[in-house]
Design a protein around this ligand. Structure first.
Ligand code: ASP
Length: 582
């Protein structure tokens, strides 16, 4: 081996006396005059190189090195005089007798240290330098380990890893498609998959029985914090299964990962219907690591003089533990917080349940102690807690309270990153009414099967039909979702009709799938888990960007390669495109 006999993380006391060759990057130089030390770094660790006065020429050469130079050093492993207990290689150093500079380096725009002086923007631009730092490097290594574990587990369960194409036509997952113009077919476009949904179903028709793929998906959505236009899914499909079979299989996977990476044995995952999740937590992805559940008091405030409440469809609150001593200022800030457009509440009513059992509130004029006692019961408030109450339209208010609950959970440190609380959310509505378009949308996607017992509502009361759909939630994040599919042409056709497709449109876009259903499609179902988020949560972190080697920024740009970018007139012409930017 020319470049190295060992890595920079490998040598120990037992190697003393060995002749070795190491290659890596110069992390740090300490020039003490008579002796010069270099910390040499590679992916595996850091080893100290030592240059002594006795070899003057070499010492002078070493003094010319700079940070992030790539070098090769040959020498002898020796025991260090002053050992560094913090480094696994800290007992030894390599006394160098030959130094080769493999490549010089400009001074990096930020320090390559665990605590760097570089801001987010500059680090994104020089992502390859950021990847040299331990935090990002370790994230990528962790991601690789998780991916490997997922693949091994599913393969052992009999799943076959199959690739599906990226140049396809639209698969509706509720976002816009990214499209690719076709040079060979003027005026026609491929779409990049929002998911391999239709292909995995066709693989079931093809008899593959259990499919898996760790696959990129593309969704052109309005950008939200911590969303990526391209992301990775663990995508799966199974034949001859009911909901229960899918839940068991993927509960098994998550249990396996929690055990492997955290030594945690979770019991069986709790299950909750969508309706219950909305009622208790104001969200379909509740973080159940803490309580603070929504307590509804609509009936208790109906016949009182407080108009805001008595005229509202829904009034409810949460009890923030041990927050009765919040200052006026803190409460004002919370009021502003719920009034931000992202939350959208009109105002916030507060009730302090004091330690001595008395109450103090912003609505003392309208309600008495007896009222507040009843409220406290509904919200499971105890003396010392602060009740925060919102009212208005039921759906919106629940969501606002759900958001407030999460915020308070965060602020009070109740969302502990080393605690894992998975759960299944079941029985989602099949359809969602969209005010803007005046139409129903598939809540999951149009291939999701309605619950057989609800099918008769399809014609009379579509909004009431529940789906055979399920979400896997972990620590307040939706990490996966799936469903039992429709495998019958007629029902699929009916579904498209409900969603506002004409028969012709449905046939043109999804005829291939419905045709396949006529050739012996087995009952089937599946799920997809978001790998980026799953890895981040398993690592106890929030941001998925830190677990993607080359992510896009909040505006959907890759600032390192500077994409998206314009293309040449020539390319446009070849693709039969003309720009109209006004
Ligand atoms: N295709 C779905 C998604 O990407 C998952 C599934 O239904 O299996 O969300």
């Amino acid at each position: 081996m020319k470049y190295r006999t060992h890595t920079c993380g490998e040598l120990r006391l037992s190697d003393v006396g060995k002749k070795v060759v190491l290659s890596g990057w110069v992390q740090r130089i300490r020039d003490l005059g008579a002796v010069l030390f270099v910390d040499l770094r590679d992916r595996y660790g850091i080893t100290q190189l030592a240059f002594y006065e006795e070899n003057k020429e070499l010492l002078e050469e070493a003094a010319k090195l700079g940070r992030e130079f790539v070098i090769m050093a040959e020498g002898t492993v020796t025991e260090r005089e002053s050992k560094n207990k913090k480094l696994p290689t800290g007992d030894i150093e390599v006394k160098v007798d030959k130094l080769t500079v493999l490549n010089a380096s400009k001074v990096p725009p930020f320090t390559i240290e665990d605590q760097t002086d570089g801001g987010e923007e500059i680090r994104a631009k020089y992502r390859y330098l950021d990847i040299r730092r331990n935090p990002l490097k370790n994230n990528l290594i962790f991601r690789s380990r998780v991916t490997q574990a997922v693949r091994n587990y599913l393969t052992e369960q009999g799943f076959i890893d199959i690739e599906t194409p990226y140049l396809i036509k639209s698969t509706p997952e509720g976002a816009r498609d990214f499209v690719v113009p076709s040079r060979l077919h003027p005026g026609q476009f491929y779409a990049l998959p929002q998911s391999p949904q239709t292909f995995k179903q066709l693989l079931m028709v093809g008899g593959m029985d259990k499919y898996m793929q760790i696959v990129k998906c593309f969704r052109d959505e309005d950008l939200r914090a911590d969303r990526q236009p391209e992301f990775t899914q663990i995508d799966c499909e199974m034949s001859f299964v009911e909901q229960e079979d899918v839940l068991q299989t993927f509960e098994g996977l998550i249990k396996h990962l929690l055990k492997k990476f955290h030594g945690i044995d979770t019991g069986d995952f709790p299950r909750m219907t969508f309706a219950e999740a909305m009622e208790r937590y104001g969200t379909d992805k509740p973080d159940i690591r803490f309580g603070m559940e929504l307590g509804e008091i609509t009936d208790l405030v109906k016949n009182k003089d407080f108009k805001v409440f008595s005229s509202s469809e829904y009034t409810a609150g949460i009890a923030v533990p041990e927050a009765a001593n919040f200052s006026r200022k803190q409460i004002d800030e919370l009021t502003k917080w719920v009034q931000r457009p992202q939350i959208g509440a009109k105002g916030l009513v507060w009730v302090k349940y004091n330690e001595d059992g008395s109450f103090k509130s912003s609505v003392d004029k309208f309600f008495n102690e007896e009222d507040f006692k009843q409220w406290a019961e509904r919200m499971q408030a105890r003396p010392g807690d602060l009740m925060l109450v919102l009212s208005g339209n039921k759906e919106a208010t629940r969501k606002q309270l759900g958001a407030l609950r999460m915020e308070m959970g965060e602020r009070l440190g109740l969302r502990k990153s080393d605690e894992f609380a998975p759960l299944w959310v079941l029985d989602f509505p099949l359809l969602e009414w969209d005010e803007e378009t005046g139409r129903y949308h598939a809540m999951h996607h149009p291939f999701t099967s309605p619950k057989p017992e609800d099918i008769h509502f399809l014609e009379t009361d579509p909004g009431r039909v529940r789906a055979n759909a399920y979400d896997l939630v972990l620590n307040g994040n939706e990490i996966g979702g799936g469903s039992i599919r429709i495998h019958d042409r007629e029902l699929q056709q009916k579904m498209f009709k409900l969603l506002g497709f004409s028969d012709e449109e449905a046939q043109r876009q999804f005829g291939f799938l419905m045709n396949a259903f006529e050739y012996g499609a087995p009952p089937h179902g599946g799920i997809a888990l978001g790998l980026d988020r799953l890895v981040a949560i398993l690592a106890g972190k929030e941001s998925i960007r830190d677990f993607i080697a080359f992510p896009k920024n909040n505006a959907g740009r890759d600032v390192m390669i500077d994409a998206p970018d314009y293309i040449s007139e020539e390319q446009l012409k070849e693709l039969h495109l003309r720009l109209d930017l006004d």
